[in-house]
Design a protein around this ligand. Structure first.
Ligand code: ATP
Ligand code: MG
Length: 574
């Protein structure tokens, strides 16, 4: 492709509407243009990258015995009533009526349509397992569409669905998809981890999310520096390593005056104790009822863990004023001894002894408090957020906190949909049995945004080679010099002959603008043909990723670049 003929409208200024790097760069680099909130057109480079991701996904799905189909985006309400989701699915489901006043929606996901297809076409165990997928535009009327391709209302998803005869078969299929997802994201050249996930509103029993590691993301993850362990901090299990202090003589519990010490750090200073000897008491509202959560003074309560331990639908931290309004207790001086509230304690608290806790009396604390002797919590569990002081639960390695962007999600669905929609097959014995299903999504368009969040610098995008819209850009810096132009044209056409995806910058622009644009759009390899060619017959090769520059003879550059590109692609495959 010649740049002079390409619709590639780059801009210097950061667009005001964009908050995150990927959104800014996708707009600045001329990949996408907004039509309306959360709805975008893909310009040539955006589409080229989208196709790259799609093709990797397609190849790995096919290799894992999944078959590509294409289902309708418009779906009738009857199907959604059968599954019970017509009313259950929130406002993200864009519902509308046709001219006959029949209910329809735009597909946000396709469990209903595929289950309907399966009950019609898959009649016998002989046809199973079956695994069907599509790469298609989805619509979800997100409340806050933002961040460009990261959270759109219209976006491209790969969604796949599997049908097995029993749980054992479904587990094998799940594992196959789990492995295929690893291959997909590795081939995309991304740093990612699979984490255990909640199954959410889709239902089902087991689930993993695939997270691209980046500085910005909607989830916080804890990952191990030494092994593959990764978990969402909302779920990451914490092991108790501290031993219960057995040989210590238990002190008497004494009430002491501690004016102006509402915060743990102040208490520690005032009483000259360590924060690890203090029990922190936090008041949460769990489904409308105040409860007390206890953690060691230096720890943080993880609200999702609290929610799960209590089996509550919603849990919110109460500020001091609201906590006082609801309990009439001296907030800031609360502690578990004789506290008239439900008390949930982190397991680590039970290992502590001779500690300090609020006395439930303004300006007072208790010292010599001993869990078990002086108070018994209503519930004890894993309540605190994991920290980088903890070690990896699976290998004892060092942990790191990072943000994550969900690019894929796989679920074991069981027979939730097949039972609701009467989707069954004839088993070996001739009986009717519901399919055991799984579903597997990849945010194809979100992968582009995630790749940019992970790979960029102040000058622009740094595409991993497998996702780049072009692998190589050739800059002609001497448009009016016939020898330079002939050389640039020749390199361009020889690279094309070798199957390299190459862009020739043949615009009548200053070298500075050409360099800037090449950096901005993130093409992995840049070949510059300019003055050095006239003088020495050499061209310059620069890697976008590490900025390394080599001067190479014009007649060996093609061979050199072809081998660089093929070696790098081969590495993502191995
Ligand atoms: P999220 O939690 O980010 O809202 P989800 O869990 O609702 O996503 P799934 O139903 O698991 O999404 O969809 C499969 C994949 O589709 C997700 O892993 C994500 O990569 C992608 N995806 C979901 N919603 C959007 C969106 N609004 N814009 C772009 N991609 C999305
Ligand atoms: Mg999800």
């Amino acid at each position: 492709m010649r740049y002079s003929k390409l619709l590639l409208p780059t801009t210097k200024e950061d667009p005001a509407e964009a908050e995150v790097v990927s959104h800014k760069l996708l707009l600045r680099a001329g990949f996408i243009r907004k039509l309306t909130a959360g709805v975008y057109s893909y310009l040539p480079l955006g589409l080229a990258t989208l196709k790259k991701v799609s093709e990797i996904v397609r190849q790995e799905m096919n290799r894992a015995d999944a078959q590509e189909i294409l289902m309708p985006m418009v779906q009738q309400s009857d199907l959604w009533e059968e599954s019970g989701r017509w009313n259950k699915y929130g406002a993200e489901l864009l519902r509308f009526t046709d001219r006959h006043n029949r209910g329809f929606c735009l597909g946000p996901t396709h469990e209903e349509v595929i289950t309907d297809l399966a009950r019609r076409e898959l009649k016998s165990y002989r046809q199973l397992p079956a695994n069907l997928y599509q790469i298609q535009t989805k619509f979800r009327d997100e409340i806050r569409p933002r961040f460009g391709l990261m959270r759109g209302r219209e976006f491209v998803m790969k969604d796949g669905y599997s049908f097995d005869i029993d749980d054992e078969g479904a587990s094998l299929t799940y594992q196959k998809m789990y492995d295929a997802y690893h291959k997909v994201f590795k081939r995309c050249g991304l740093e990612f981890r699979a984490v255990e996930a909640d199954t959410g509103s889709i239902g089902g029993s087991s689930s993993h999310e695939f997270m691209v590691l980046a500085q910005t993301g909607e989830d916080t993850l804890v990952i191990c520096e030494c092994c593959e362990y990764a978990a969402n901090v909302e779920k990451a299990a914490v092991r108790v390593t501290a031993e219960k202090c057995l040989d210590v003589e238990l002190q008497e519990m004494v009430e002491v005056e501690t004016p102006g010490t509402k915060k743990v750090a102040r208490v520690a200073e005032f009483l000259s104790v360590k924060t690890t000897d203090i029990i922190k008491t936090m008041i949460y509202l769990a489904d409308g009822k105040p409860v007390a959560a206890l953690v060691r003074g230096d720890r943080t309560v993880q609200p999702v863990k609290l929610k799960n331990i209590l089996g509550a639908a919603e849990v919110d931290l109460l500020d001091d004023a609201s906590a006082y309004d609801m309990t009439k207790l001296p907030v800031g001086y609360l502690g578990p001894v004789d506290l008239p509230l439900t008390v949930v304690a982190d397991q680590e608290v039970m290992q502590m002894c001779n500690c300090v806790a609020g006395a439930n009396k303004k300006g007072h604390h208790l010292t010599g408090v001993n869990p078990g002797r002086d108070f018994t919590p209503d519930v004890i569990g894993d309540l605190r957020q994991i920290s980088t002081d903890d070690t990896c639960p699976s290998c004892d390695g060092t942990l790191r906190l990072t943000e994550g962007i969900e690019v894929g999600h796989i679920f074991k669905l069981g027979s939730v949909y097949s039972e609701a929609m009467n989707a069954s097959f004839q088993d070996r014995e001739g009986g009717e049995k519901p399919f055991v299903m799984g579903c597997y999504g990849i945010g194809v368009s979100r992968v582009i945004a995630a790749a940019i969040e992970q790979n960029h610098d102040k000058n622009g995008i740094i595409f991993p080679l497998p996702l780049a819209p072009f692998q190589v850009i050739v800059l002609n810096l001497g448009l009016k010099d016939s020898a330079i132009t002939a050389c640039a044209d020749q390199i361009y056409s020889e690279l094309l002959d070798q199957g390299i995806e190459v862009l020739l910058d043949d615009r009548d622009e200053r070298p500075g603008s050409k360099f800037k644009d090449a950096d901005l759009i993130g093409i992995p390899y840049r070949i510059t043909v300019g003055k050095t060619f006239s003088k020495e017959g050499k061209v310059e090769l620069r890697s976008r990723k590490d900025g390394q520059v080599e001067s190479i003879s014009h007649d060996s550059i093609v061979e050199h670049v072809v081998s660089l590109v093929s070696n790098e692609l081969a590495r993502t495959l191995s």
